[in-house]
Design a protein around this ligand. Sequence first.
Ligand code: SAH
Length: 427
Amino acid sequence: MNVADSQRVASALEKLGYEDTEKPANADVIILNTCVVRQSAEDKAIGRLSSLQPLKKQNPNLVINLMGCLVGVKNNPVLEKRFPYVDVFSPPSDPEPLITHLLEKEGRSHEIDTTEMRFAFMDGDLVLPDGDKGNLISSFVPVVLGCSHACTYCIIPYRRGIEKSRPPIEILAESESLVKQGVKEITLLGQIVDRYGKDNGDYPTLGGLMRRMHTIDGLERIRFLTSHPSYMTDELLDTVAEFPKVMPHIEVPIQAGNDQVLENMRRGYTNSQYRELVHKIRERIPGVSIATDIIVGFPGETQAQFQDTYDLLADLKLDVAHLARYSPRTGTVSERRMEDNVPDEEKWERFRLLEELQEGIVTQIHATYPNQTVPVLFEEKGRKGRWRGRTETNKLVFVESDQDLRGKLKPVKITWTGPWSMLAELV
Ligand code: SAH
């Protein structure tokens, strides 16, 4: 989501006539877009922000913009006091404060009406930053902003505000504009993407939205993330199964395998409901790949409760598990009402156990790929001169070739697989 937000700010700046530069010391404007989903992300953001202070001393004309979840949707006087050298504070997904500041600074306020700029500023006309034009094969399009679910551990609803779906017209226009600039794959984003349209009676469902996107000429692939188990409808699964541009890859976090922990997290489903969902997804979409997220060491999580998570992963054999150690976030329900009582070493140990389990599972899954011929969309030539692309199931594939494969969708034969990537040759 932050990658998408940053790209939109870059696009807005290019429209004002700004260019990108590699070196912060050469910049007139520096934007730091931030994540605070875990303490480690917040610490990193603060560290980077502090490292910018000397640049501001050297060049008082430099504009520093702090953006994203460290700022949040409300005014944040504590942050403003702590970082007086920051010129502009912007909420997530919102280029308006920066653009207004720059226009005023340059005496160009009359040029653009920045009211209601939040995301709508492009009117679907998202011009990719110069470096990305013709190079960016896969791009993100946010379709649901904010989140209203309030999982007890999660800070995102407090910082990104309430759930709001973007109008389908805007999403379609933006997608068409991206495809005209060379994009072949679009990933629709939302904190709970399968809730798309549920906050507005006039909007289609996520399935309906993707069926409309399916008609965009030149768009080869459509993906979506992240889904919540409670909102995965049959209609959505049917759309994935029946529309060839919609990729058979589902990101659907479970977070924990124990029912009491799930209730404490306020996730709204049980272990057995999640298992049933995975069976249904696999039945309806043969060959599908499934990714999940897991938090270990949630307040009060016992050894036995953790074992339920371990067993679930061992049984379901999912393609990807994004693992995290519980991190208390200021202001969330779990931070205020539950003691962070699983010791750090224990969190690390549970993390390690799942990591090891999952590596074995994914190695086995990938071992079924060699000698198969599968379509791969190529994105760029990486280090070592190999082309990098992805299968429909979102597996990373490298191919050695002298041809220009950027943006090409080609059948390849898989020759080698490891847990994190595969090698292949063009057929
Ligand atoms: N809205 C999306 C993404 C949330 S952030 C979703 O629900 O999937 C991505 C992941 O970070 C979450 O899925 C969760 O596993 C993890 N996460 C969120 N808050 C956390 C916290 N306080 N401590 C540790 N991990 C957390």
